[in-house]
Design a protein around this ligand. Structure first.
Ligand code: ADP
Ligand code: MG
Length: 231
């Protein structure tokens, strides 16, 4: 079997020091294989986002290691790290993180710009991603002018534009009403099923978690349970 796309071994994450020291992760080990859908579930403050940030190489562990496709990531730094992250991962956050007064298309092509893709190719791929999310008619609108659901679809288009192997979604439906949230969920699971994109979803929503192949339960910085979806 191929090496896991992401493997965490005994990951600790400590914030602050002295009196302010807080152990947000206390020794987490986890293997995620290409094509899986995995939910990281737990109450607010349990360490879900911290774990996601470490798995996504947005933050480094205080102790332990994270491997990407069998390669230890500890030596990745600076531009090299940014490039690997940008090429391999797409991100969907609850708070969208769109640049408000910039067009939807410009928001979507940002990862391509970072990757050094030329303007024509950026535009072509950006429009293709918007098309896929049924947003091509909004390409020239400012991001602020979109509804919540349209914003999150734009964020998914941006996550897809680099053809990532993994999409990380942190509470992706947290700012959406339930009908719109359901649409966004369906889009993510379709991408997982149809394109084999690994899906790692941080959520406290049990119903969303239950749609994933695996549910990893986090409490006080530790994995306390793991469930597989009934076939
Ligand atoms: P969750 O996503 O499950 O709500 P987080 O991973 O965001 O939890 O946070 C886990 C714990 O770590 C919380 O108690 C939070 O207050 C603390 N924490 C998170 N980020 C920081 C930080 N940058 N500095 C200090 N403490 C932090
Ligand atoms: Mg969180």
């Amino acid at each position: 079997m191929a090496a896991p796309i992401i493997s965490a071994k005994n990951v600790h994450k400590t914030y602050g020091r002295g009196q302010n020291r807080f152990d947000a992760l206390k020794g987490v080990s986890l293997d995620i294989h290409q094509g899986e859908s995995v939910a990281i579930v737990g109450k607010s403050g349990s360490g879900k986002s911290t774990l996601m940030h470490v798995l996504a190489l947005l933050d480094s562990p205080s102790e332990g290691m994270v491997a990407l496709a069998g390669q230890d990531t500890a030596t990745l730094r600076g531009q090299k790290l940014n490039r690997v992250r940008n090429e391999t991962f797409g991100f969907v956050f609850q708070q969208f993180f769109l640049t408000p007064n910039t067009s939807v298309l410009d928001n979507v092509i940002l990862p391509l710009k970072i990757a050094g893709v030329g303007p024509r190719e950026r535009r072509r791929r950006g429009m293709a991603a918007l098309e896929q999310l049924q947003l091509s008619d909004k390409a020239k609108n400012k991001a602020t002018d979109l509804s919540g659901g349209q914003k999150q679809r734009s964020v998914i288009a941006r996550a897809l534009v680099n053809q990532p192997r993994v999409i990380f979604a942190d509470e992706p439906t947290g700012n959406l009403d339930s009908a719109t949230g359901a649409v966004v969920e369906d889009i993510l699971f379709d991408l997982n099923r149809d394109q084999g994109i690994t899906l790692i979803i941080v959520t406290h929503d049990e119903e969303l978690a239950a749609r994933c192949d695996r549910r990893i339960y986090v409490r006080d910085g530790l994995i306390v349970n793991e469930l597989e979806r009934a076939a």
